[in-house]
Design a protein around this ligand. Structure first.
Ligand code: GRF
Length: 211
C-alpha cells in the first residue's frame, strides 16, 4: 500500500517564503501539501507552489460582497479538498467566526512577534520604536481573537542597536522558516492538539511563552 502522508492546505497572500520552507521540509517530513490557496492572483507563493507541483487556487476576496461570503467560498474549497490541517502563512485576511469554528483546533498561524506582544501589523518597527532588545516569532492556534489563540512555540532574536525594520524582519524570518515546519511536523505526528483553548504537546500544556 502506498504511504499516505498527512495532507495540509496552506493559505497565502504574498511572497510565500514560509510556504517554501514548508515545501522544502515536506520532502523529508511526515506531511504533504495538497493545496495552496491565495486571495491574491499575483502572490509569488503561487509560483513557488507550481514549481513544486502543488495544486493552487486563487479566491479573490474582492469578488465577494463581504467577509462571510468570501469565507464561505474558502470553506467550500477546503471542504472539498479535506486537508487535515490548515496552515496560514502570510495570509492577510481576518477569518470570520464561522470559519474559525468550522475548523476548530485545525488552523495554525505564524506571527512575527513574541505574542502576546505586538499583535496586528508592522510588528518589527513597533518593536524597534518601543526599544525592545528582544523580538521574535510565534506559532499559535487560530481562535476568534486576532493573533490571540494559544501560543505553541516561539523563537527569539536580538534587536541590535542600529536595526532597521527590514534587517530585523530578515532575522526573524530565518527563525520562522525553521519553526513553522517543526510545529507542522508535531501536528502531523498527532503530538500537538488544541484542547480547552490551550495548546498541548505530548499531553503537556504548552506555557504561554512557547515551547
Ligand atoms: C511572515 O513574517 C509571517 O510571520 C507573517 O507574514 C509574513 C509572511 O511572509 N504572518 P512570507 O509570505 O511567508 O514570505
Amino acid at each position: 500500500m502506498p504511504e499516505t502522508k498527512y495532507s495540509i492546505a496552506v493559505l497565502i497572500s504574498g511572497n510565500g517564503s514560509n510556504l517554501q520552507a514548508l515545501i522544502d521540509a515536506s520532502h523529508l517530513g511526515n506531511y504533504t501539501i495538497g493545496l495552496v490557496i491565495s486571495n491574491k492572483s499575483d502572490a509569488y507563493g503561487l509560483e513557488r507552489a507550481r514549481r513544486a507541483n502543488i495544486a493552487t487556487q486563487v479566491i479573490d476576496h474582492r469578488e465577494y460582497a463581504n467577509r462571510e461570503d468570501f469565507d464561505a467560498a474558502l470553506m467550500a474549497v477546503l471542504d472539498a479538498e479535506r486537508p487535515q490541517l490548515i496552515v496560514l502563512a502570510g495570509f492577510m485576511r481576518i477569518l470570520s467566526s464561522a470559519f474559525v469554528q468550522h475548523y476548530q483546533g485545525l488552523i495554525l498561524n505564524i506571527h512575527p512577534s513574541l505574542l502576546p506582544k505586538y499583535p496586528g501589523t508592522n510588528t518589527h518597527q513597533r518593536a524597534i520604536d518601543a526599544g525592545e532588545t528582544e523580538h521574535g516569532v510565534s506559532v499559535h492556534f487560530v481562535t476568534e481573537e486576532l493573533d490571540g489563540g494559544p501560543v505553541i512555540a516561539q523563537e527569539r532574536v536580538p534587536v541590535l542597536p542600529q536595526d532597521t525594520a527590514r534587517e530585523l524582519a530578515a532575522r526573524v524570518a530565518a527563525q520562522e522558516h525553521v519553526l513553522y515546519p517543526r510545529v507542522v511536523t508535531w501536528f502531523a505526528a498527532g503530538r500537538l492538539v488544541m484542547r480547552d483553548q490551550r495548546a498541548w504537546l505530548d499531553d503537556r500544556l504548552l506555557p504561554p511563552s512557547g515551547a
